[in-house]
Design a protein around this ligand. Structure first.
Ligand SMILES: Nc1ncnc2c1ncn2[C@@H]1O[C@H](COP(=O)(O)OP(=O)(O)OP(=O)(O)O)[C@@H](O)[C@H]1O
Ligand SMILES: [Mg+2]
Length: 322
């Protein structure tokens, strides 16, 4: 495998709130590789968006990274001065935010929204040259170039979403963070999105972090998958090994929750219990109160993330000396 384009190392992120501290991300380490998609999955509130935002150093205060580093091109993003950070955002690393359809400016034509982004990174860029690049990208995204002269409300939901992708890609970044990019789309448009993302990452050798609670969607495109639970990465591995041989009982539960339309009379599985309180997490393994395989040790000690075959897993089931 190539060397990583970005290394997230032992990252801890907290939000101080009135009743204590939300430990949204705890000791997360992940690598992003050029041309590859990493799927980040887990239930609502497990810390996916917080982790994604940290790659742009965009965790909203009073939220803060309390420990760890994010190394991109030999530099720690988290300690970059403001000016360098502004250059990096959008040009090197860009993000499609959760709820993309509300992120476009309703008062600006599509072409002007693109031009604003481009001129920010390339002051002095000529309008004609910019328009040519915008038209080329929009066509690559499957939208007629004349539509860039329209306002967002004149486009369909699927088109607006592709425009959001376009805005994230116009500067040809190395890394794209796509946070739940298809939540508001129907399944046909969603399928188109996956195909498009696949094509774009090959064209641009783009590294993608695809954040989703939908393991089925991630399975379609990701090479590697990281599963988060209660702020921690509990399993990581190649998509193939995670789906064919999930090790963590939580990952298995998530996979069982994916409906399969090929099965008749299928009993839909739901995971009992609810995600942990991240201010007062349960002692030991965060998943222990819901785990069908819980043991006494799980309620006392937090399992470390260890290597097991092709995967990494944080579960006491896999410790030989337990
Ligand atoms: N600005 C904030 N202030 C306080 N707590 C926050 C803030 N943003 C997020 N959190 C908390 O941090 C934890 C992680 O939130 P985050 O939004 O990263 O989760 P998520 O996995 O992206 O969830 P979802 O699937 O619903 O988008 C949650 O417990 C959330 O309540
Ligand atoms: Mg989120």
């Amino acid at each position: 495998m190539n060397s990583p384009v970005c290394e997230i190392k032992n990252l801890h992120i907290e939000y101080p709130i009135a009743i204590g501290t939300v430990r949204a991300v705890e000791d997360a380490s992940l690598n992003l590789y050029p041309g590859k998609v990493l799927g980040l999955v887990g239930e609502s509130g497990c810390g996916k968006s917080t982790l994604g935002l940290s790659l742009l150093n965009l965790v909203r205060p009073p939220g803060k990274v309390s420990k760890g580093s994010i190394i991109y091109k030999g530099q720690d993003i988290l300690t970059l001065p403001g000016k360098k950070l502004l250059k990096l955002r959008g040009r090197n690393i860009s993000m499609i935010f959760q709820n993309p359809l509300t992120s476009l400016n309703p008062l600006m034509k599509i072409k002007d929204q693109f031009y604003d982004t481009m001129i920010h990174h390339e002051p002095g860029l000529k309008k004609e040259a910019a328009m040519k690049r915008i038209e080329e990208l929009v066509e690559l995204l499957g939208i007629e170039k004349k539509r860039i002269h329209e306002f967002p409300h004149q486009l369909s939901g699927g088109m607006r979403q592709r425009i959001m992708i376009g805005l994230a890609l116009i500067m040809k970044p190395d890394i794209l963070i796509a946070d739940e990019p298809t939540t508001s789309l129907d399944v046909i448009v969603e399928a188109g999105f996956i195909e498009l993302l696949n094509q774009l990452r090959q064209t641009y050798n783009l590294s993608v972090m695809l954040i989703s609670h939908n393991l089925g969607l991630v399975a379609e495109i990701a090479e590697r998958v990281a599963v988060m639970y209660g702020g921690k990465i509990v399993e990581e591995g190649s998509a193939e090994s995670i789906y064919s041989n999930p090790l963590h009982p939580y990952t298995l539960g998530l996979i069982q929750c994916i409906p399969n339309i090929k099965l008749e009379n299928q009993h839909l599985f739901t995971m009992p219990g609810s995600p942990p309180d991240l201010v007062h997490p349960p002692p030991g393994c965060r998943f222990s109160p819901r785990c069908p395989k819980v043991m006494a040790q799980c309620r006392k000690e937090l399992p470390p993330l260890i290597r097991k075959n092709e995967q990494k897993v944080a579960c006491w089931l896999y410790r030989e000396n337990r």
